[in-house]
Design a protein around this ligand. Sequence first.
Ligand code: CP
Ligand code: NVA
Length: 299
Amino acid sequence: MKHLLSIEKLNRADIEHILVETARFKRERGHPVQQPLQNQTWALIFSKSSTRTRVSFEVGIRELGGNSLFLNASDIQLGRGEAIKDTARTLGRMIHGAVIRTFAQKDVEDFAQMSGIPTINALTDDEHPCQILSDLFSIQEKRGSVTDKVVTFVGDGACNVAASWIFAAAKLGFELRIAAPKAFQPDAELLKRAGGRVLCTEDARKAASGADVIYTDVWVSMGKEAESADRLAKLRPYQVNQSLVRCAKPGALVMHCLPAYHDKEIDVETFEANATTIFDQAENRLHTQKAIIDWLVRK
Ligand code: CP
Ligand code: NVA
């Protein structure tokens, strides 16, 4: 039984396979050759908000021939305290796959273990693997192989998206730089576990210097709302703006996983100047997730 729980647990060959298949799903959209989810129902169990992940999975599952069932975690008994393991054992007898967005990584792992059905991490506090696989595809689509590139993540270096970038850098061998204030640097133990070429610095301009990709994410991740004031104050010097982008390689990609908070982590001018790239990223979630599901269900 295969699952997509993190970038950490994926190997390079699987990542490369998913990227190749993403290109095929993108090319073949509207002319499907196979529908691997025929007669299947997949559930999306979400404890956090979502636009892109929810819609791209619902549309993708349908395009693969399956049905999708959106379950807001607070509407099912899970929200009233039913154990994730019991939810998993119940749903595992009724549905064929699960896509879960929640807080604790362990909940996704427990669900995968107890349900007996393919399980996808659609974002936890620890990782956002579908996002990073899709972003790797977007970089490859626009600039070729990521292996010889320098990717600079600017902002909350301790968030789920940054963590998935760290594991991706180690798996694929590209240079990753993280520019973040001291309080939002990646966890030292995580960096050690991941390995790879990861430079962490408080100096955003140094991190951006000569980079092929400048990437950012929200300063206040879901679940961290109580820390908003402190985060906005500490992260203010880490805004992606024209002055920072000028430090990067000419023509560098400016990427954002969205949702964006304009004039916070990215200024409006920079966001709009790079809107094609950013919304291509959003679209590519659909193609990548179809490739992920296909990889999970293929014998
Ligand atoms: N990037 C991303 O996961 O967006 P949503 O929160 O809208 O799903
Ligand atoms: N780090 C963000 C990503 C949103 C897609 C969050 O967890 O809210």
